[in-house]
Design a protein around this ligand. Structure first.
Ligand SMILES: [Fe+2]
Ligand SMILES: [Fe+2]
Length: 170
């Protein structure tokens, strides 16, 4: 079985996203623990629903971020999420019917899928988001620190004026 614990190898360097990944890994580990002992089915179903909810919410969060950033690999990334969404919902339906083997199958599937997806697709997305935020930060910084004398200032009537002189008037 794939290793379930979140480690630095899963880090995508976007704090919110890393926190959500840790939460999903923990939810999957809790489900696995419950499946190895004689846990009532209602508790297994509750833990499964928690795994599914964390996963689905997280996918939506990433997709919102990618859409807002106009990430060019959004379609490819979302296709991977869609595949996992389908699988999780199929396993969850079987577990709800009392099929405990589907529980272990879900744990096995997500452990492997999360490892692969976070290390490649999510890391690529993280790099894009960080670069974009850095780029926007630079633009703001430059605009805010541009020397007043390097600009030609025009008022609402189109007349040139000197902002330093205008300040002195106050
Ligand atoms: Fe993702
Ligand atoms: Fe993710």
């Amino acid at each position: 079985m794939a290793h379930l614990k979140w480690s630095a190898s899963h880090e995508v360097f976007v704090p919110d996203i890393d926190d959500e990944h840790k939460e999903i890994f923990e939810a999957v580990a809790d489900l696995r623990r419950a499946l190895t002992v004689d846990t009532p089915l209602t508790e297994i179903v509750r833990l499964t629903n928690h795994v599914a909810a964390c996963t689905v919410d997280h996918f939506l969060h990433e997709e919102r971020l990618m859409r807002a950033a106009r990430y060019d690999s959004l379609r490819w990334h979302k296709q991977q999420h869609d595949g996992a969404r389908r699988q999780v919902s199929e396993f969850a339906a079987r577990i709800e019917q009392g099929d405990r083997t589907a529980g272990l199958a879900l744990v096995e599937y997500l452990s492997s899928w999360l490892g692969n997806h976070t290390r490649l697709a999510d890391r690529m997305m993280g790099a894009f988001l960080r670069n974009q935020r850095l780029g926007l930060g630079k633009m703001t910084f430059q605009a805010g620190t541009r020397p007043l004398d390097s600009c030609e200032w025009v008022n609402a009537n189109g007349d040139k004026f000197n902002p330093r002189a205008a300040r002195k008037c106050r």
